[in-house]
Design a protein around this ligand. Sequence first.
Ligand code: PEP
Length: 249
Amino acid sequence: MKKKLIAGNWKMNGSLAANDALLAALRAGLAAQAPGCDVAVAVPAPYLAQVQALVADTAIALAAQDVSQHEAGAYTGEASAAMLRDFGVRYTLVGHSERRQYHGESDAAVAAKAQRALAAGITPIVCVGETLAEREAGQTEAVVKRQLAAVIAQVGHCVSEIVVAYEPVWAIGTGKTATPAQAQAVHAVLRAQLAAASAQAANMRLLYGGSMNAANAAELLAQPDIDGGLIGGAALKAPDFLTIIAAAA
Ligand code: PEP
């Protein structure tokens, strides 16, 4: 049976001291009770080396928050998939709504990033999701399908190796969570889209993200097509993140 995946997205938070304290608490919590799911933390790029050392020999996998769509060269400020690999990165987010919104990332750019990650042996966590205006206009399904279709077209038969995260933009960092039924409905749409592209769709992991927390995780994770969570704010508090991990076991 596929294991659920709980991935924390630290966003642009942390410091050497804060990361040390957070990971010490997570390591202690996970040593007391081995997780029944896969766990990852997506950390800011400057801390990859620090966190690589701190999660070595633990059940916590290292993730990046973004990857360049280019292989190498004159792309100031970017980090390539090969560079991430050098630091033991197992997963990278691609197409997080904050990247799409503040950095103008197009569906094509997100697809290229997913391809670069796969080529380097890194699992891309492909984020899709609609804005509130799009939901209210009845466009949720069309938007997430368009975003995912770009990635499917780019990666071809490797699609079964990606993770998809449904993150309604209106639920990210707002405290507003999609209801379990709302989230499940979109996950079912995405699963069907993946099934049309891959015989492995049933084994692929579809995460929900958007104000998932210690109180609502169990109900969301109980939905048939929700195979884990992408957690922002609650991933910065060790007790909350550990509670979510326990709920996914
Ligand atoms: C995210 O950053 O992907 C996210 C889901 O954030 P939050 O949990 O804070 O809504």
